[in-house]
Ligand binder design. Structure first.
Ligand SMILES: [Zn+2]
Ligand SMILES: [Zn+2]
Length: 891
C-alpha cells in the first residue's frame, strides 16, 4: 500500500520529450514480459471494415478474436493512427489532430485487471513521475472489482475514484466481446479550468483530461443485451502519446509538445506569422501542422493520392494543407520542406521515414504542384459561382457546380464546403454524389476504347517506353532487382500497398512471361515487409515483362530493390511438360512421318497440349507407339543442352523451326541428347529423366489436317491415375465388387440383366394375350374373310406385334387388328395374310382408316402396318370401325 498525500504540491516532473516517452513506455512493458511490436502500417491488413488504422487495438483484432495466434500473450506497441471523422473541426480548436500515436499494452487471455491497473499506476507515477494527487481513476458503475483494486490495492481514497455509466466507461461494438473500462484522469491545475462550481473529473473544460484507458474485455454480448463471461479475458489499453507529452511537459495542447511545436514553428517561419496572434491564422497553422504529419506517414505506408478510398483521404489532407498554407501567405511548394521537419522529429520511433524520405517528398510535391496549377483558376470559378448564387438569392451551391470544381480543378468536396462555410453558404451534397455517380458510369462505358491496332487500350501504354526488362530465369528462380514501373488496374503509380492489385515491372526478372505456348510463372515479390503475390507473368509491348498480382502485406514502391522468387514447384512441372512436347514432336515424326509439323502448343504446370499437321485420326497402335517412344527417351536420361547461335548455324544442327515463324539473328537451340533439336525460348528440365513419365490422354481433330494431343507428365500422371483409381473403387463399391474382380462381376450382372429382360418380355406378351380372353370367340367373317379385331391392355408396340403374329398363326388366314393402351398412349397394329390380301385387304389403308379415331395417324404395307395415337378413349370406336373399313376393301 502506497502512502497518499492530499496536498497538491508544486510540479516537479522531468519534462520528457515525445521520443523519450515512447521509449520509456515500451521499455517499461518489455520489463513486464511484453513483446515490443513495431507499429503496424496505417493500411489495415485483411480488414475491409476500416479505411485507416485508428487505434492501437485495430491491427491486433485477429489476436483478440482468436483468428490468429499472437506471437506472445503480452504485447506492447506504439501505433501510428489516423482519424478523419471530424476533419472539419480540426484546427478550429487545439484539442486534437488527424494524426496521433497510441501507446498500448495488451493481454490475450493472460493477465487481467490487477496487473493492468498496477502497471498503469506504476508507469504514470514512478516511471514518468506524475504526482499521485493529480491523478483520478474512474471505473464502470458496476465494476466493484476494479474499484476495489484502485481503493484497496493501490490505495486511492474512495472519494477520488469516479464511477461512470455505460457511455463513458463501457467498451462495446455491436455484438461480440466487450467490457468495462477504467480511465485515469489528470488534473492540470486551475489555470486550465472553467472555474465553475462543480468543475471536477468529467467536466467539459480542459482541466481534467483523460490520459489512460484500460479496457477489460470480459463479456460476450449476444447482440440482444445478454452478457456472458468470456472464457478468454483480454486487456486492451490505450494512451495518446501526444496527450501524455502535453501533460508531462505541462503545455497547453498537443500543438505545444516538443516535436509538434518544432513543426508548428517551422510553419510560422515559412508563413512569417506568429502563433497565438490571430485566431484565423492559428486555425490554418494547426491544420497545416497536423495534416503534414498525416500525409507524411500515409505516404510512407504506400498510400498514394487518388480519387478513391484512403487515397482520397490523403488527397483531401494534402490539398487542405496546401490551401491553408496559401491562406497563411506561404508561396510555392512547401509541403516537402515541412515533411522533412516531421521526419526529423519522428525518425527516432519510425526509422522507415528517413529511408523513404525522397519518395515521400516526391509524392507530396507532385500532388501539391498539380493542385497549385488549378487552384487559382478554381478559386476564380468558385467566386463566379458565388456571385451567381447571390444574384439568384441562393445560399446553396448546386451539386453539379461542386462536382465541376472537384472534377476539373481538384477541389475535394470538403474543401469547397469549407470555403463556402466561411461565408455561411452550403452545398447540395446529394446533388454532388449524383453527379459523381453519373460520371463514374460514363467512365466505365468509355473505358472500352480500343487503340488503332484494335486491341483494348490498357494502362500499360502509359508506361515510359524506355523501360525494358531482361529475363534472367533460365537457371535462376530468385533474383534481386529494382522496380522500374508499377501500375494499378487503372493507372501508373509510384507505390502499391496492402490489398491493392496491380502490375510490377523490374529491370531483371527470373519470372518467365507467357510466350511460345508456355504459361507465365507464379511466385512472390518481396521488399521488407511488403509482399506481392504474382498470379501471372506476361510480356508487355516494348520489351517489358509484367508481374501481375496483388499486395498481400506492406508496400512496395518505385525504385525499391525487391527479391523476386518464382514458385519452384510450378516452374518445375511446367518445364517437365514443355520438354515432353519436344520429345513428343520428334516421336510423332518418327511414327507418322516427316510431314508432321508443330501447329501450336500450350504448356503449364498441370498439362500439355500439342497441335500438329496430320491428315487422319491416329490409330490406337500409333498412339501407343508414340507414347512408348517418349517414355523410352525419358528413361534414357538424355541431357538437355541449350545454346544461343545464329539462325544459319542453328539450321546446320538440324533444329526444327516453326514453319512461318520469324526469328531474330541469334536463336536459342534446345537439344535433348541426339534425339531432339528445336529452336525454343522456353524453360526446360536439365535431363529428360526429370520428366519421370508421359501419358497421352486424348487425340482429336481441331481443324482440317490439324490433330491435337493432350498429355500429362510426372506428378500430373500420378494425379490422373489416382483419380481413375478412385473412380474405379467407387464403381466397384456400387456393384459390391473389388477393382480386381469388377469385370467378372459386371459380366455376370450383364448376363443376368439379359435373362431378366427376356423373361420380362415373355411375361408381358403373356399378360397381353391373357387380357384378350378367349379371342378366337371374337373372330368374325366379312365377305368370307376372317377378321379378329380386339383390345390388348398394357402391351407396347413390340408386344402388340408379337401378339399379332401369334394370333395370325392361330387364325390361319384373315386379318388381325389389335389396339392397346399404354402410359396414356394408343398403339395400333394391323396384319393381313396373303389370301386376305388377294381378296383386297390392305393393312396400311386399314390403319389409316381408323387411326384418326384414337387421335393419331399412321400407315404401312398391305401385309403389316402400325400407328400410334393420343386418345385411348377412342379405342372401342376404332375397333368397331375396322369391320366397316375392311368391308369396303374386299371385293
Ligand atoms: Zn471545468
Ligand atoms: Zn519449346
Amino acid at each position: 500500500m502506497r502512502t497518499y498525500c492530499s496536498d497538491v504540491e508544486e510540479r516537479n516532473v522531468n519534462k520528457y520529450g515525445v521520443n523519450e516517452l515512447r521509449k520509456m513506455f515500451l521499455d517499461f512493458f518489455e520489463s513486464k514480459g511484453h513483446l515490443v511490436m513495431k507499429s503496424f502500417s496505417l493500411v489495415p491488413h485483411n480488414d475491409n471494415s476500416l479505411l485507416l488504422i485508428n487505434s492501437g487495438m485495430a491491427p491486433l483484432k485477429p489476436y483478440f478474436t482468436g483468428q490468429e495466434i499472437p506471437p506472445r500473450k503480452r504485447v506492447t506497441t506504439c501505433q501510428k493512427c489516423i482519424r478523419t471523422g471530424d476533419i472539419e473541426n480540426i484546427g478550429k480548436t487545439d484539442r486534437h489532430g488527424t494524426f496521433f500515436e497510441m501507446l498500448g499494452n495488451f493481454s490475450f487471455g493472460d493477465y487481467f485487471k490487477h496487473e493492468a491497473i498496477a502497471w498503469c499506476w506504476e508507469f504514470l507515477t514512478e516511471v514518468v513521475g506524475l504526482e499521485a494527487d493529480r491523478l483520478y481513476p474512474s471505473v464502470y458503475l458496476d465494476d466493484d472489482e476494479a474499484f476495489d483494486i484502485w481503493n484497496k490495492e493501490i490505495g486511492i481514497p474512495a472519494e477520488r475514484i469516479f464511477r461512470f455509466g455505460k457511455e463513458d466507461n463501457f467498451w462495446e461494438h455491436g455484438s461480440g466481446p466487450c467490457g468495462p473500462c477504467s480511465e485515469v484522469y489528470y488534473d492540470r491545475g486551475e489555470k486550465y479550468g472553467c472555474g465553475k462550481p462543480g468543475c471536477t473529473v468529467g467536466c467539459e473544460c480542459d482541466r481534467y483530461i483523460e490520459v489512460w484507458n484500460n479496457v477489460f474485455t470480459q463479456f460476450d454480448n449476444d447482440g440482444h443485451g445478454n452478457y456472458t463471461d468470456l472464457s478468454q479475458k483480454n486487456i486492451d489499453t490505450g494512451m495518446g502519446l501526444e496527450r501524455l507529452a502535453a501533460v508531462v511537459q505541462d503545455v497547453e495542447s498537443i500543438f505545444d509538445v516538443d516535436t509538434i511545436q518544432a513543426l508548428r514553428n517551422r510553419v510560422c517561419e515559412l508563413a512569417g506569422k506568429t502563433y497565438k496572434e490571430k485566431h484565423e491564422w492559428d486555425v490554418s497553422i494547426r491544420i497545416v501542422t497536423d495534416h503534414i504529419r498525416s500525409a507524411t506517414f500515409m505516404i510512407s505506408d504506400g498510400i498514394m493520392p487518388s480519387n478513391e478510398g484512403r487515397g482520397y483521404v490523403l488527397r483531401r489532407i494534402i490539398r487542405r494543407a496546401a490551401r491553408h498554407g496559401r491562406l497563411l501567405g506561404i508561396e510555392g511548394d512547401f509541403l516537402a520542406n515541412l515533411s522533412s521537419t516531421v521526419i526529423e522529429g519522428s525518425k527516432d520511433g519510425y526509422p522507415e521515414l528517413e529511408e523513404k524520405k525522397d519518395f515521400i517528398f516526391n509524392v507530396l510535391t507532385q500532388e501539391e504542384s498539380k493542385f497549385n496549377k488549378t487552384i487559382d483558376q478554381g478559386l476564380n470559378i468558385l467566386a463566379e459561382m458565388e456571385e451567381n448564387m447571390e444574384k439568384e438569392g441562393r445560399t446553396q451551391l448546386s451539386g453539379e457546380d461542386a462536382f465541376r470544381l472537384y472534377d476539373t480543378y481538384g477541389f475535394p468536396l470538403d474543401l469547397t464546403m469549407e470555403i463556402l462555410e466561411e461565408k455561411n453558404l452550403t452545398i447540395d451534397e446529394e446533388g454532388f454524389q449524383a453527379a459523381m455517380k453519373e460520371q463514374k458510369e460514363k467512365a466505365r462505358k468509355a473505358r472500352k476504347v480500343t487503340n488503332y491496332m484494335g486491341a483494348d487500350v490498357t494502362v500499360y501504354e502509359s508506361i515510359d517506353p524506355a523501360i525494358t526488362s531482361e529475363f534472367v530465369g533460365y537457371d535462376k528462380l530468385s533474383w534481386e532487382s529494382g522496380v522500374t514501373a508499377m501500375t494499378t488496374e487503372e493507372a501508373v503509380v509510384d507505390a502499391l500497398t496492402d490489398g491493392e492489385s496491380g502490375t510490377i515491372i523490374v529491370a531483371q526478372t527470373p519470372f518467365y512471361g507467357t510466350m511460345g505456348g508456355q504459361c507465365g510463372d507464379t511466385g512472390v515479390i518481396r521488399c521488407g515487409d511488403g509482399e506481392f503475390v504474382v498470379q501471372d507473368t506476361i510480356h508487355l509491348a516494348g520489351g517489358k515483362i509484367g508481374h501481375i498480382g496483388r499486395m498481400t502485406s506492406g508496400m512496395i514502391k518505385l525504385g525499391d530493390k525487391v527479391e523476386l522468387s518464382v514458385n519452384p514447384a510450378g516452374r518445375a512441372d511446367t518445364c517437365k511438360n514443355h520438354s515432353a512436347t519436344h520429345l513428343l514432336q520428334k516421336a510423332l515424326r518418327t511414327v507418322l512421318g516427316s510431314h508432321v509439323e508443330q501447329a501450336g502448343s500450350y504448356v503449364d504446370a498441370h498439362r500439355l497440349r500439342f497441335d500438329f499437321s496430320h491428315f487422319s485420326a491416329m490409330t490406337p497402335e500409333e498412339l501407343a507407339k508414340v507414347e512408348q517412344i517418349v517414355n523410352d527417351e525419358i528413361n534414357a536420361h538424355l541431357p538437355v543442352r541449350t545454346s544461343v547461335m545464329t539462325l544459319e548455324d542453328a539450321k546446320k544442327t538440324g533444329a526444327m523451326a516453326l514453319f512461318g515463324e520469324k526469328y531474330g539473328d541469334s536463336v536459342r537451340v534446345v537439344q535433348m541428347g541426339d534425339f531432339s533439336t528445336e529452336l525454343c525460348g522456353g524453360t526446360h528440365v536439365a535431363n529428360t529423366g526429370d520428366i519421370a513419365v508421359f501419358k497421352i490422354l486424348s487425340e482429336s481433330g481441331v481443324a482440317a489436317g490439324v490433330r491435337r494431343i493432350e498429355a500429362l507428365t510426372g506428378p500430373g500422371v500420378f494425379a490422373y491415375y489416382k483419380e481413375l483409381e478412385d473412380r474405379l473403387s467407387e464403381a466397384a463399391k456400387i456393384v459390391k465388387a473389388t477393382p480386381a474382380n469388377l469385370a467378372e462381376k459386371l459380366t455376370h450382372l450383364m448376363a443376368e440383366v439379359k435373362q431378366l429382360s427376356s423373361e420380362n418380355e415373355s411375361l408381358k406378351s403373356k399378360a397381353a394375350r391373357e387380357s384378350l380372353g378367349n379371342v378366337m370367340d371374337q373372330v368374325k367373317e366379312i365377305k368370307g374373310v376372317k377378321l379378329l379385331a380386339a383390345k390388348a391392355d398394357g402391351a407396347d408396340m413390340n408386344g402388340l406385334r408379337d401378339l399379332g403374329d401369334q394370333l395370325k398363326e392361330k387364325l390361319g388366314e384373315g386379318v388381325v387388328v389389335l389396339a392397346s393402351e399404354k402410359d396414356g398412349k394408343v398403339n395400333l397394329v394391323a396384319m393381313a395374310t396373303d389370301s386376305a390380301m388377294a381378296q383386297g385387304a390392305h393393312a396400311g389403308n386399314l390403319i389409316k382408316g381408323i387411326a384418326a379415331l384414337v387421335g393419331g395417324g399412321g400407315g404401312g404395307r398391305p401385309n403389316m402396318a402400325q400407328a400410334g395415337g393420343k386418345n385411348p378413349a377412342g379405342i372401342p370406336q376404332a375397333i368397331a370401325e375396322v369391320e366397316k373399313v375392311l368391308e369396303g376393301q374386299l371385293k
